[in-house]
Design a protein around this ligand. Sequence first.
Ligand code: PRX
Length: 631
Amino acid sequence: MDWKINNIEDYHAQYDEALNSPSEYWAKIADSFHWKKKWDSVMSGSISSSDVKWFDGAQLNITENCLDRHLKTQPEKEAVLFVPNDPSEKETRYTYKELHEEVCKTANMFKSLGVKKGDRVCLYMSMVPELLISVLACARIGAIHSVVFGGFSAQALAGRIEDASCNLIITNDGGLRGNKTIELKKITDEALEMPGCASIKNVIVHKRANNEITMKEGRDHWWHELISDVSSDCPAETMEAEDPLFVLYTSGSTGKPKGIQHTTAGYMVWAAYTFANVFQVEENDTYWCTADIGWITGHTYITYGPLLNGATTVMFEGVPTWPDASRFWQVVEKYKISHFYTAPTAIRALMGCGNEHVDNSDLSSLKVLGSVGEPINEEAWHWYNEHVGKKNCPIVDTWWQTETGGILISPLAGITELKPCHATLPLPGVHPVLMNEKGEEIKEVEAEGNLCIKNPWPGMVRTIYGDHERFKQTYLSAYDGKYFTGDGCKRDSEGFYRITGRVDDVINVSGHRIGTAEVEDAIDQHPDVIEAAVVGYPHDIKGQGIYAYIITSKSASNEIEKEILTEVIKCIGPIAKPDKIQIVKGLPKTRSGKIMRRILRKIAAHEFSNFGDTSTLLDPSVVDEIKNGVL
Ligand code: PRX
């Protein structure tokens, strides 16, 4: 790859080239992939007209680039290393040749159930190799995958199935996580009973946990039975550059989760390019991203990015604290991990478990550390650097989003100067700008404002599944001609970026995006709830916790709080459970009926002064009442 960035001068030169001649620059990058037909134009459309296209006119299949391409050069190289939940269970390894074969068989299995190009397939699975294989099998035949994280409830799953009208769902009998079994098939059954899921014609069940489940005649099929008589020959479907590759649901500040839609060619180029340059993985490295494939990090940096680069990617089924808090470090030691990419919430949790776990493990194989999903605080950054990296491994603090497809701002390992807690510099092709409260671009270098991206990049979200109007409204309307990220950001005098967190009504809990409106809707389902307002507050481990202020028709009790939590688990899943519930008599509302969340956020953070202008409050006395009862 002659485009791999090797040093900081190279970075600056490529940055300028990508800015000044984007079409030439990206054509050069794209040339290193396998295309069935090359593009007519590298980039077309614009953010203003919300019709961005990359490599329009080209034809390809992403799996030929992830798999077939490597069969010629490195068929026996390990592609996937699966590390099971139970440390006593042996790992599974797939070479590129074996992975190719499994993907082709699985694709044929999907085809045998009538799945074809453009169909939506839901994957509700635990972190087993068959999840990664199913993702690629969908892409092989041009079906659009919609992976739903295994921690979501039946209702949340049903909503996502309905929105994309999926016709096939793949699940496991159960998922193994620590000492728990997640009843994935049972939850799937519940979801499929709900109105709106009639589009599902078939369910494929991959056996993992051996827990008891029921199989519905005619609808449910065992993976191992179906796959036993399919061929391993599956030519890759021809896809147009802008054909959708996948949909992945994420939360926003209002309404239901949005189906973020990514397309084939642009996403492929972005995933491969960012993986190669940010992580700088070399020939014999073993790269481990601890995310779940149910999130974008697992799509781009467990599956597509590493495989497009012919790297060895680790899939870990377990949790960081089981059987004990040394698990991550044991995995690093045992499999000689060179690149380790995780979320600040895991670092903080493990930091709290004492240094003996990490200090007693041999971490000498590590070369690069990564952080993703939320701002990393100074203490966690330094602990990560000293105890895990032994001050010898660059930390890449990678900022990006489900919508961006891949990393936009991050140090390049070993190349960019590091500054704790800073995502540092944008990748070539990314032009970040900070906006002031008047909606103007801030020209000064040292500044703070709302982060926007001024130019389209290949991996950019193209639409919200089935709702292009909402896409325009959410991302492209706040600032004319710019993509609005929803994040606040600082830029220092050297032009280094530091993300400060969401500026909208999205809470980042343990690196997971939760919309306050979604949690409020769930709480409102309880018959005794009159109204609820949910905000985030600083949480030592999770980054942000969920604080719910609730007006009920009955007086406060443990009972009602428990029932409310159950309701949230039922509607969304345990990740959206409020950490604190305060039953209140009223909420601070303006005369026009709008809840002043600013005040609620301050109180939840125990900041009791500077509430700003409260003159528009309908009843200022509720603020004192809430303040006095704060948890
Ligand atoms: O607020 C930012 C935060 O996570 C949000 C995106 O969440 P999601 O779409 O779930 O994707 C997470 C994995 C890419 C962003 O709007 N975020 C992500 N990475 C960082 C971050 N905040 C600070 N620093 C980061 N490195």
